[in-house]
Design a protein around this ligand. Structure first.
Ligand SMILES: [Ca+2]
Ligand SMILES: [Ca+2]
Length: 221
């Protein structure tokens, strides 16, 4: 009888573990200046108050127009299929320096928003002259709404932050599958995060997973 109860408990608990496993909380902290590709006039600049002392922007003066060229691209290995939100640590001085274009493939199409001017991909950045977090939104003509991206598979994704208005600054990015996260749930990149971003340890982990699957396949033959 006791064994029966134990077995029942195990049977009931196992699927629960699976569910918990699938919904593990993901948090990936990235330095903007460590992007895989930075295309001018988006450039790296220095600021002692920025995370690791650097940020990226298209250089420009406050209260003036300009922009629309240059971008930074990040290859982000997401560990599980899920719906994700993005946050950026930013500075936006004024109404002439408070937006980017953002696409994250493959959830978003392979579209050059700087060419199409598609407002689905227009991020209206929260203004402030000191570094602050802002959840990436889309600033549609009918209002501004938080964005979320659904990925059907784990693996490499490509995030592009394109210049829309010059002088808009971005320091760090935080990737999370907690769609209800607030600022207290976010973090700046640590030395370990930067090492992973530079050396691609996430790719190694992926390689290990592939090896494990290969070993499993052999075991079943
Ligand atoms: Ca500007
Ligand atoms: Ca930084």
């Amino acid at each position: 009888m006791k064994h029966g109860i134990l077995l029942t408990l195990i049977i009931l608990t196992l699927p629960l573990c699976g569910i918990v496993g699938l919904h593990a909380e993901v948090g990936i902290a990235l330095e903007a200046e460590l992007a895989n590709e930075i295309v001018e006039p988006m450039i790296i600049a220095e600021d002692k108050n920025a995370s690791d002392g650097k940020f990226i922007w298209m250089e420009g003066a406050a209260a003036t127009g300009g922009g629309g060229k240059g971008y930074a691209e990040f290859i982000i290995n997401i560990p599980q299929p899920d719906t994700y939100a993005l946050w950026g640590q930013v500075i936006a001085w004024d109404g002439n320096s408070d937006s980017f274009w953002v696409t994250w493939q493959p959830a978003d199409p392979d579209e050059d928003a700087q060419v199409t001017q598609n407002t689905e991909f227009r991020w209206g950045v929260a203004q402030g002259a000191a570094w602050h977090w802002d959840r990436i939104n889309h600033w549609l003509n009918g209002g501004t709404f938080d964005r979320e991206w659904k990925f059907k598979e784990a693996g490499e994704t490509v995030l592009r932050i394109g210049v829309r208005e010059d002088a808009t600054m971005i320091d760090t990015i935080f990737v999370t599958n907690n769609l209800k996260a607030n600022e207290g749930d976010l973090r700046l990149p640590t030395d370990k995060d930067r090492k992973i971003q530079v050396e691609g340890l996430a790719v190694d982990a992926k390689g290990k997973a592939a090896t494990t699957w290969g070993a499993l396949k052999r075991a079943y033959r």
